[in-house]
Design a protein around this ligand. Structure first.
Ligand code: GUE
Length: 283
């Protein structure tokens, strides 16, 4: 079997076309969805994602600001900036690029962003809503994966989803979203014993471990759907957590890196920002 490749990039472009129309419609009502991205320091990989977010917002006609701060910015200064953005009625979405430098607490920053402007969906109030099956901002990568699976017509109900990874940003929330869709969810992680015995049972295998080539064809059940969430730089090139060439011979569907999950992450960020703007203006 050779798997069908699910190009998130193509789907992202289709969705952004729809969003562009939605943004123009909002402009006629004097609502201008606006995203503010804050980045500390000049890590080249982080800068490249942030630039991608800027480009994508501009393409759908959204307003967006990039605030670049020096790496030595204090936690207090960053919290004061967030408070200012919380109060600013022209700002609908706030994203602070994570991780922040070690002298600042990621969790403190996440909790400082007003839940109504938390387009990353990381604030505990929004995480709690997601866990209890309420509508809210869903974290962008998990949400992008959900939309990709749905658009590829992959049934989730009753499927065994195995997730490698349990981070608050990807592993845990993607499991929760798919559980909400009536899948049976297993999480594997660094302490899991005999991981292959789990991965081989997956109807849908989601790999979010941050380890290049962690998974290859022999770890996958014939006909499984494989979603690669890895963003690793190897010799300057972006690569996922799955050995694509061997995996695609076994899987029924597979996402590539690049052009897979990454572009969907950015698309759902735009979606959440539009949702924030609509909600603030009671639309
Ligand atoms: N508060 C916060 N929210 C995030 O959502 C967040 C974050 N911090 N910190 C970093 C990670 C990483 N991330 C990516 C988004 C898009 C691509 C993406 O579009 N990748 C393209 C290629 C990009 C390239 O070549 O550099 C692709 O896979 O085709 C990658 C990585 C969001 N993150």
């Amino acid at each position: 079997m050779t798997a069908e490749v699910i190009y998130g990039k193509q789907l992202a472009e289709d969705l952004r076309q729809e969003m562009k129309e939605e943004v123009s419609a909002l402009h006629t009502k004097d609502i201008r969805p606006k995203l503010v991205v804050v980045i500390l320091g000049e890590d080249p990989a982080s800068m490249s994602y942030v630039k991608g977010k800027q480009r994508a917002s501009e393409k759908v006609g959204m307003d967006s600001d990039l605030i670049e701060l020096p790496v030595e910015t204090s936690e207090r200064e960053l919290l004061d900036l967030i408070e200012k953005l919380n109060q600013d009625p022209t700002v609908h979405g706030i994203l602070v690029q994570l991780p922040v430098p070690d002298h600042i607490s990621d969790q403190k920053i996440i909790e400082a962003i007003h839940p109504d402007k938390d387009v990353d969906g990381f604030h505990p109030a929004n995480v709690g809503k997601m866990m209890t099956g309420q509508d809210t901002f869903f974290p962008c990568t998990p949400y992008g994966i959900l939309v990709m699976l749905k658009r590829a017509d992959i049934t989730l109900e009753g499927k065994h989803v195995v997730i490698i990874g349990r981070s608050n940003l990807v592993g845990k929330p993607v499991g929760q979203l798919l559980l909400n869709e009536n899948a049976t969810v297993t999480h594997c992680h660094s302490r899991t014993k005999d991981m292959q015995s789990h991965t081989k049972q997956a109807d849908i295998l989601i790999v979010a471990a941050g380890k290049p080539s962690l998974i290859s064809g022999e770890d996958i059940k014939e006909g499984a759907v494989v979603i690669d969430v890895g963003v690793n730089r190897v010799d300057g090139k972006l690569t996922g957590d799955v050995d694509f060439d061997s995996a695609k011979e076994v899987a029924s569907h597979i996402t590539p890196v690049p052009k897979g999950v990454g572009p969907m992450t950015i698309t759902m960020l735009l979606h959440n920002t539009i949702k924030a703007a609509k909600r603030i203006h009671n639309q």
